[in-house]
Design a protein around this ligand. Structure first.
Ligand SMILES: [Zn+2]
Ligand SMILES: [Zn+2]
Length: 263
């Protein structure tokens, strides 16, 4: 529900940063409900009341901004306390530099909230979520590796490249990488990093998202053609509102259907 980042992209309404909805069976996870999550959910027909859990990788606005509003909607302003929030330490507790992203009041509307640290595993119904390491300007940043009965999907979160980080992605059918910039930066992945990662992990499908201004200007569609050519892995440049059927990229592939959203 959002594939952009930064004021020059999200701030100008070129792309949203409303996060990713992942459906598996009766579970509906919302990963990183940043700026635009509420409006995009309405636009794409995502019923927030059906959310099972909210996963938040770190405390930056393009990952957390709409979280309180989502919790309010999910729980019908507390009339129906529900949903699990799984978030890093900064999002829930804050640090010297960050206020907590979720208000005390909104925490009270949830069925439960879980502060997760790197390497921690959480089970929700038949899904297992591993909090994995991401290295970024929020010191507690995470990625998530989600194991469903049908497929394994990894979301990098915002991170720089390192060998141990790539190691965690191995065994994923679907790999979603946040690649804001074409060029190397201090706290994020660039196109060259994405190529190295995809080449090592060899997922069935790689999705690049979280585009900043230079990527949008260059056109991500053009950039990923190059990534695909170099890695020989099917690679997509995410677009707001894009719907995928993750079951079709699982090991057994094909027949298991996961509900997508009508646009
Ligand atoms: Zn960030
Ligand atoms: Zn970000």
């Amino acid at each position: 529900m959002g594939t952009g980042t930064g004021p020059a992209v999200v701030g100008k309404g070129i792309r949203s940063s409303g996060g990713i909805i992942l459906k598996s069976g009766d579970n509906q996870l919302h990963i990183d409900p940043g700026v635009g999550a509420m409006t995009k959910a309405a636009e794409y027909g995502v019923n927030i009341r059906e959310h099972t859990a909210l996963l938040i990788s770190h405390a930056h606005l393009h990952h957390t901004n709409d979280a309180n509003a989502i919790i309010d909607t999910m729980s019908y302003s507390g009339l129906d306390k529900k949903g699990v929030l799984i978030a890093n330490k900064t999002v829930i507790n804050g640090t010297d530099n960050y206020e907590p992203s979720i208000s005390q009041y909104h925490k009270s509307l949830l069925e439960r909230f879980i502060v997760v640290d790197r390497d921690q595993r959480i089970g929700i119904n038949d899904i297992e979520i591993h909090a994995i390491t991401a290295r970024h300007s929020d010191p507690n940043s995470l990625g998530f590796k989600v194991f469903t009965p049908d497929f394994t999907l990894t979301y990098s979160g915002d991170t720089v490249y390192s060998a141990d980080i790539v190691e965690q992605y191995k065994g994923s059918h679907i790999l979603i990488l946040n690649v804001p910039s074409m060029k190397k930066t201090e706290s994020n992945l660039c196109i060259a990093d994405a190529v190295k990662i995809i080449d090592k992990v060899k997922p069935r499908l790689a999705v690049l998202t979280h585009f900043g201004y230079d990527m949008i200007k260059a056109d991500p569609l053009y950039e990923i053609r190059d990534v695909q050519k170099q890695t020989q892995v099917q690679t997509l440049a995410a677009k707001d509102g894009m719907v995928l059927n993750p079951g079709s990229y699982s090991a057994s592939s094909g027949q298991k259907t996961l509900q997508g959203f009508k646009q």
